[in-house]
Design a binder for this molecule. Structure first.
Ligand SMILES: NC(=O)c1ccc[n+]([C@@H]2O[C@H](COP(=O)([O-])OP(=O)(O)OC[C@H]3O[C@@H](n4cnc5c(N)ncnc54)[C@H](OP(=O)(O)O)[C@@H]3O)[C@@H](O)[C@H]2O)c1
Length: 249
């Protein structure tokens, strides 16, 4: 299954390639000889990233523009890069919670980017991989999707939905030999968390990227990164709702 599609010479589509975690993951892929298709909104940043990866890894790199919220463009986008062995979805937004509560448009962008857009694109990918009976899919969710907190339940609920979607997708694609990996990072030091204080166990993106790469290599269903989050969230699952609602975090 994953052994056939994961290794040197494979081609991977990284969607949201300009994200802090994705850039490090692309470097990890390039270092291991993977060819890359990089997709994001910012053409200039894509070109710089692509040139850097070509030099570092001596691998083939293509770039293609992608706007997650332009749903109608997803089928043609996928058609243009469906020659890949695997897809990694890294795009997402963490809108300020107070703003998203008040501003309906900001709230829609938050929910849609983190949930609807992933589902829209991944449905295309899944249909294709299922038919050809090979491929791997990796989706960046978050520990915040495990239990919704007072201070970021809008983001958490969209990511919780995404985690549930990937669990169902994994089950659907298992008989076809297609793997689906759900990544659950804790806070990571990227543009997304810039300027936020009091973030527990803030991880460098290099560490998260290397955990994701190793998880994909072993065909993991779920990657907790850094690993202690698996234990932390496992314990938090047992906090009763009557106590959870009193917790101010
Ligand atoms: N950082 C964390 O603490 C953390 C923790 C857990 C999970 N995650 C998840 O991990 C993933 C990557 O996070 P990160 O911290 O690396 O993110 P980041 O550096 O903030 O980058 C977010 C990426 O999403 C892209 N994006 C946003 N809206 C888009 C749209 N409509 N169309 C296409 N691309 C769009 C951005 O592109 P533009 O540059 O064009 O805006 C950017 O490349 C996200 O799904 C995030 O939710 C992050």
């Amino acid at each position: 299954m994953i052994e056939k599609t994961f290794g040197k010479g494979c081609r991977v589509l990284v969607v949201g390639a300009t994200s802090g975690i994705a850039k490090e993951l692309c470097r990890e892929f390039a270092r291991h000889g993977f060819n890359l298709v990089l997709a994001a909104r910012d053409e200039e940043e894509l070109a710089i990233l692509g040139a850097d990866l070509k030099i570092r890894g001596n691998v083939e790199v293509r770039v293609v523009t992608f706007d997650a919220l332009d749903y109608d463009s997803h089928p043609a986008f996928w058609e243009s890069c469906s020659d890949v062995d695997g897809v990694v979805c890294c795009f997402g937004v963490l809108t300020d919670e107070a703003t998203a509560r008040r501003d309906p448009k900001a709230c829609r962008v938050l929910i849609e980017t983190n949930y609807n857009a992933n589902v829209s694109l991944l449905n295309e990918v899944a249909n294709s991989f299922e038919e050809r009976k090979r491929g791997f899919i990796c989706v960046l969710s978050t520990v915040a999707g495990e239990r919704a907190r007072r201070s970021n339940y809008l983001y958490g609920s969209a990511k919780g939905g995404l985690t549930a979607y990937t669990e169902g997708l994994r089950s659907r694609l298992f008989p076809a030999g297609v793997s689906v990996t759900t990544v659950k990072p804790g806070p990571v030091d990227t543009g997304m968390t810039f300027g936020m204080d009091k973030l527990p166990l803030l991880a460098p993106p290099e560490k998260v990227a290397s955990d994701i790469y190793r998880g994909l290599r072993r065909g993991a269903d779920v990657v907790w990164t850094p690993a202690p989050w698996r234990i932390i969230m496992g314990l938090l699952r047992f906090v009763p709702a009557s106590l959870w609602k009193r917790m101010d975090f």
